[in-house]
Design a protein around this ligand. Structure first.
Ligand SMILES: O=C[C@H](O)COP(=O)(O)O
Length: 332
């Protein structure tokens, strides 16, 4: 098997995205929510073993990196975003790696999972991605703090859906978690989901602001009960974003919810994931905790603005044996 077919063989990356059935949610089960605990020291010990232990090499590594690309929500969430920057980002989303490298890897047609932008950039992104089949995700509900009037947060979802967003990344009210007001969190999430209609909804927990892993586990569960299609760690704007302990806590909540209800909820770590090595560690954790089914854009995404550049650099090294400067892999 040559390098090209071997890499393509080892990954399903680049295949068309197929959504699994949506999470229908369930009535709020407060006994279940309040029974949930998280053992921080055990969780941290488990995570500490990962980066050193899981190391894939050569064609295996290239295959995993192509898989990682197919799972990226390629993101720009800056106050100085312009239509031009978003158009360049969308061009990168359509063809995330240089054509000669993709050809050498046998991965022609590889794309990222989605493009993620603020509301005002949804229409330009939809236009730039026309014909690609790639969805646009909009951050919403007063992202990142989520403290604008509730009716405006709900209306913002409708505006983004009308502009063509197929995925909506909402932010929860952190205060509902910090005060243990699970009914309020459930009601908020259920109303956000209803406002999304056919668009898939990702619930951003902003875990760096939730105080404890137990709160992260409980908030994950409540959002899933209220119908979240995905749970997402962070906005990328908190001082602590996607960490492995938070990720493990959320994945175990997803696993428990699946065991109890049969529904598969997706997971999106976001914020600060910027190296190929980070991506491989996350994918190893997902495979071990949730299984292969979750290594699919329908059930897993990286929320990342700069990860793709480093992955492309590593793939170039795999194909050519040489590293190029990081600036040669600009995203937008
Ligand atoms: O949802 C995505 C995050 O905002 C991206 O964070 P990042 O810029 O640290 O990769």
């Amino acid at each position: 098997m040559d390098g090209r077919s071997e890499t393509a063989e080892r990954t399903g990356a680049g295949l068309p995205q197929t959504w699994t059935a949506r999470n229908a949610g369930m009535p709020l089960d407060l006994d279940w929510v309040r029974s949930v605990q998280a053992n921080r020291s055990a969780i941290e010990r488990r995570c500490a073993t990962l980066p050193g232990r899981r190391s894939v090499k050569k064609a295996h590594q290239a295959a995993w990196l192509c898989k990682a690309i197919s799972l990226i929500d390629l993101t720009t969430l800056s106050g100085d975003d312009t239509e031009g920057r978003v158009a360049r980002l969308c061009a990168k989303a359509r063809r995330p790696v240089r054509a000669d490298l993709l050809e050498a890897l046998g991965m022609e047609g590889l794309t990222v999972g989605a493009v993620c932008v603020y509301h005002e950039m949804v229409a330009p992104a939809v236009a730039a991605l026309k014909g690609s089949g790639l969805p646009v995700a909009a951050v919403s509900t007063g992202f990142p703090a989520g403290l604008s009037p509730f009716r405006l947060r709900v209306a913002e979802i409708g505006e983004s859906v009308a502009a063509g967003a197929q995925e909506i990344d909402i932010v929860i009210s952190r205060r509902h978690v910090l005060t243990g007001d699970w009914e309020a969190l459930y009601d908020e999430m259920a109303q956000f989901r209803a406002a999304c209609g056919a668009a898939h909804v990702k619930a951003i927990l902003a875990t760096g602001e939730l105080g404890s892993l137990r709160n992260v586990a409980r908030a994950s569960l409540v959002c899933m009960m209220a119908g979240a299609d995905f749970i997402k760690t962070s906005t990328g704007k908190e001082s602590v974003n996607a960490t492995l302990p938070v990720g493990l806590t959320m994945m175990r909540a997803i696993r428990d919810y699946h065991a109890r209800t049969g529904a598969k909820v997706g997971f999106k770590p976001a914020g600060g994931i910027s190296t190929a090595k980070d991506a491989l560690t996350w994918l190893a954790l997902v495979k071990e905790e949730l299984g292969r089914d979750w290594l699919d854009p329908a059930l897993f995404r990286f929320g990342a603005s700069s990860l793709l550049g480093d992955i492309e650099r590593q793939l170039e090294h795999h194909v050519t044996g040489a590293y190029s400067a990081g600036w040669r892999h600009a995203l937008a």
